[in-house]
Ligand binder design. Structure first.
Ligand SMILES: Cc1cc2nc3c(=O)[nH]c(=O)nc-3n(C[C@H](O)[C@H](O)[C@H](O)COP(=O)(O)OP(=O)(O)OC[C@H]3O[C@@H](n4cnc5c(N)ncnc54)[C@H](O)[C@@H]3O)c2cc1C
Length: 305
């Protein structure tokens, strides 16, 4: 019986692991190896590492953790989780089991892109999700935004204000967008639907309904996100709806509504990024440690129906 099992060994999970390792607590971090930004050549906006590849950053994290003898790092996918505070059991896809008094969920979310040919292939390269993460690299160039939900209009307005004078919002006829505000701000409106996208090293060609094509340096797309079939869902952690999908609700100590279960990173906030995942991981690691030492201090998050 270890002190904690951490499900997901990326920015949030490895930071949580570090806190527990530095308290010499027995902890296993299990990681399936597919962090959300794996397709990006560089992660941006993280002080000290700006532009470093996600895999290089995470390898540094893993190397740091090797100095702590109470930490076990394990590759694998958790497929089932049972038990209760003090006695959880997780099962991996290869059939192995691991038992722990506490669980930290740090398995991120799954992106669900619109079902348009070419988007998935260019995801994280010329199909981008966030101006702060990747906008600077295409500053001043022609940019497109695909309307996937009403927040897409905000993205187009942001890009037009501070990243490029040439921003086109592809609405495909979506309703509920304030086209007058967009036009006044200088955003071009394209009402034809996006049918396919073909990316190369310098940009992306978009084919629109009716046969027209247009080329841009990048296409911004806000994907839906999902926690479906994840360990968080299996445990029944209370969740809330965010602008792109549901996320696990946590308290000030990163505790969830399920006793003994903590959550950190993208799966626990509506508007995530790496900096937040690091802070969440530190909170979950220290919150988990506090609950091992002082069980009465860290009570599960109370959720009103
Ligand atoms: C294309 C793209 C580019 C981005 N670029 C930036 C950027 O430049 N700067 C920035 O700040 N943010 C960026 N982000 C956001 C950033 O990727 C996330 O905020 C960050 O990765 C969240 O860290 P996390 O640890 O919560 O989750 P993740 O990094 O997604 O890691 C979750 C880990 O859990 C593992 N896992 C999942 N299920 C299981 C399971 N059942 N068992 C075991 N392991 C499991 C996964 O394999 C993965 O390794 C980007 C996001 C996207 C989509």
């Amino acid at each position: 019986m270890q002190d904690a099992v951490i499900i997901g060994g990326s920015f949030a999970g490895l930071t949580a692991t570090l806190q527990l390792g530095r308290a010499s607590r027995s902890v296993t971090v299990i990681d399936a190896g597919v962090p959300r930004n794996r397709n990006s050549s560089g992660a941006h906006g993280v002080a000290g590492w700006d532009g470093l590849s996600p895999s290089a950053i995470l390898e540094r994290f893993r190397a740091d953790l090797r100095a702590y003898p109470s930490v076990t790092q394990r590759s694998g996918t958790v497929t089932a989780i049972h038990g209760e505070e003090g006695a959880f059991s997780v099962t991996l896809a290869d059939g192995e089991k691991s038992a722990a008094k506490r669980i930290i969920l740090a398995h991120g979310v799954r992106d669900i892109l619109p079902d348009i040919p070419g988007l998935a292939q260019a995801w994280g390269q010329t199909v981008l999700h966030c101006p702060y993460c990747h906008g600077y690299e295409v500053k001043g160039a022609p940019l497109a935004v695909l309307a996937t939900h009403p927040m897409s209009a905000h993205q187009a307005l942001m890009l037009r204000a501070d990243w490029s004078a040439q921003v086109t919002l592809i609405t495909g006829g979506m309703e509920g967008l304030d086209l007058d505000v967009l036009a006044t701000a200088g955003v071009q409106i394209e009402t034809r639907a996006l049918e396919t996208a073909t990316a190369d090293a310098t940009g992306i060609d978009l084919s629109l309904s009716g046969g027209a094509t247009a080329r841009f340096a990048a296409l911004f797309v806000g994907p839906r996100t999902s926690l479906a079939a994840s360990p968080a869902e299996q445990l029944g952690c209370a969740s809330a709806d965010g602008p792109t999908g549901s996320f696990v609700k946590v308290g000030a100590m990163a505790q969830t509504s399920v006793p003994g279960v903590f959550a950190a990173g993208d799966l626990s906030r509506p508007m995530p990024n790496i900096n937040f995942a690091l802070a969440d991981g530190a909170q979950a690691g220290t919150g988990c440690h506090a609950s091992l030492l002082f069980p009465d201090l860290v009570t599960p998050l109370e959720v009103t129906p």
